[in-house]
Design a protein around this ligand. Structure first.
Ligand code: YK8
Length: 177
């Protein structure tokens, strides 16, 4: 996997989890900026193993004319039971892009770790892997990999920027957040 984000933010682990993994106004705004539409998601629900799961469906806008303009996406998220409220969260997310070329060959796995480093600070780490369901030809594989990494890098660069903005807003003035 590759490490796409590894940064300490001036907000609690709890707050970071809330921003990223609940129906927060932050994530709604971020999706707007990314032109992600038709969003729907289920509530977190514990499974038989004690992990919590939810799934999201939405439509992404793609800027690469070779790939197409839009794709529907399904994201299946698992919040592992080793997570400790307010201290440590581990969420794995499998992302399936249904309407891109070769979509039946691959999906993306994102692992999010939120680690509390103090009362008001937390570290966010995101690892990403492109996973293959079928074995593609070498050329196709390098095509998929190249397009995936650049799209994912762009996404997490923007997520980091938006989180920094949110952090600045939260920590200025009254400090009543
Ligand atoms: C999630 C990884 C690959 C995919 C895309 C596929 C092109 C394949 C084309 C070939 C369009 C929000 C990406 C970037 C779409 C966006 C996905 C996002 C950013 C072979 C010609 C969506 C995180 C995420 C994970 C994977 C990303 C896709 O929260 O290039």
């Amino acid at each position: 996997g590759r490490l796409y984000l590894n940064k300490v933010f001036h907000m609690s682990a709890n707050k970071m989890f809330e921003l990223l993994f609940t129906d927060s106004s932050f994530i709604r705004r971020f999706m707007n900026v990314r032109k992600i539409t038709n969003t729907s998601f289920t509530a977190w629900q514990k499974d038989a193993l004690g992990n919590a799961k939810r799934s999201l469906n939405y439509t992404i806008t793609i800027s690469n004319p070779l790939i197409g303009k839009f794709s529907t996406v399904t994201e299946n998220q698992t919040l592992y039971k080793e997570s400790r409220d307010g201290h440590y969260y581990h969420v794995d997310s499998e992302v399936y892009t249904h309407d891109v070329p070769y979509h039946d060959y691959f999906y993306t796995q994102n692992r999010y770790y939120i680690i509390s480093t103090s009362k008001r600070k937390s570290r966010l780490r995101v690892y990403t892997d492109v996973k293959y369901k079928k074995h593609p030809w070498g050329l196709v594989k390098s095509f998929i990999t190249k397009n995936s990494w650049s799209g994912i890098e762009d996404y997490f660069r923007q997520l980091e920027a938006e989180l920094l903005e949110e952090e600045a807003e939260m920590n200025q003035g009254g400090g009543d957040t």
